[in-house]
Design a protein around this ligand. Structure first.
Ligand code: SF4
Length: 266
């Protein structure tokens, strides 16, 4: 009997390796899709620190998102051929002064306006936080998505008043979609502030030769507090439970049982 699960896992891994090679050329830059992430996590990535491997199940979930992305991208390309439009897919943007690189899912580029669309394939839990019953909604559920769009806006380089940002939501549990949801272009300003603050921290850690493992996450702030705590900024504490560096990080916000080593949180 064929071990289909294993074969698929190897296939996904080979795709991931190809992707890592593709991104290796952007050394010294960080991805626009990581706008809003914890500063310590960004430093781990930049210093090429060893990350944990995602489980096969999580890898499949991520792959599913990639497949949906690629399908929509093909649909847009096909549609583009038969219409008089200026639409680009997977359009690369670089912001050298902020040391950021990214790829925009769809970009409509006209002389006076640019429209930027980013696809979000999410599970039902997240979907409900955005579109569910009013009392179950969380206005902060898409903060990092908005910041990401803000970075793309900066990368395109038009003024905020000439830039339109949209999130395209896709529920991967039941294939529901929504019309693109407009996001205020003020997120371009917030994204810029994020990168400036991040690089201030990273540059000081680099100059001081700081080992990312030694940056202490103090745990003195409430889970909803987005301010800086001991040099590590996160949008959400729950970021720790989904972080690929959580096993080596001293964060007290990582609430799962540590697998490989016991870290003392003081
Ligand atoms: S575990 Fe949490 S604090 Fe540590 S790097 Fe990851 S997100 Fe940041």
């Amino acid at each position: 009997m064929l071990d289909v699960e294993r074969i698929y896992a190897e296939y996904i891994e080979s795709k991931q390796e190809k992707r890592n090679k593709k991104y290796a050329k952007y050394e010294g830059l960080l991805g626009a899709s990581s706008t809003g992430y914890c500063h310590k996590k960004q430093y781990y990535k930049l210093t090429d620190s060893e990350a944990e491997k995602a489980s096969e199940r999580v890898s499949r979930l991520l792959r599913l998102g990639t497949v949906v992305h690629s399908e929509i991208e093909k649909a847009i390309k096909a549609w583009n051929k038969s219409h008089d439009t200026k639409i680009y897919t997977e359009h690369q943007v670089k912001i050298p002064e902020l040391r950021v690189v990214g790829h925009i899912d769809i970009l409509e580029l006209y002389p006076y306006v640019s429209r930027i669309y980013d696809f979000k394939t999410v599970a039902s839990f997240k979907w409900r936080k955005k579109f569910g019953r009013f009392k179950n909604r969380d206005p902060n559920t898409d903060t990092t998505y908005k910041l990401q769009l803000g970075s793309y806006g900066l990368g395109v380089g038009k003024k905020p008043e000439n830039t339109e940002l949209y999130l395209v939501w896709y529920n991967k549990d039941d294939s529901s979609m929504k019309p693109p949801v407009k996001v205020d272009s003020v997120w371009m300003k917030f994204a810029k502030e994020y990168w400036i603050e991040l690089w201030k921290n990273i540059d000081s850690w680099m100059v001081g030769g700081v080992n990312p493992d030694d940056i202490k996450v103090d745990g003195k702030h409430s889970p909803m507090d987005t301010s800086i705590f001991t040099g590590v900024k996160q949008e959400k504490m729950w970021e720790c439970n989904y972080c690929q560096y959580s096993e080596r990080c001293n964060s007290p916000y990582y609430t799962k049982k540590r697998k490989s080593r016991q870290l003392k949180i003081t």
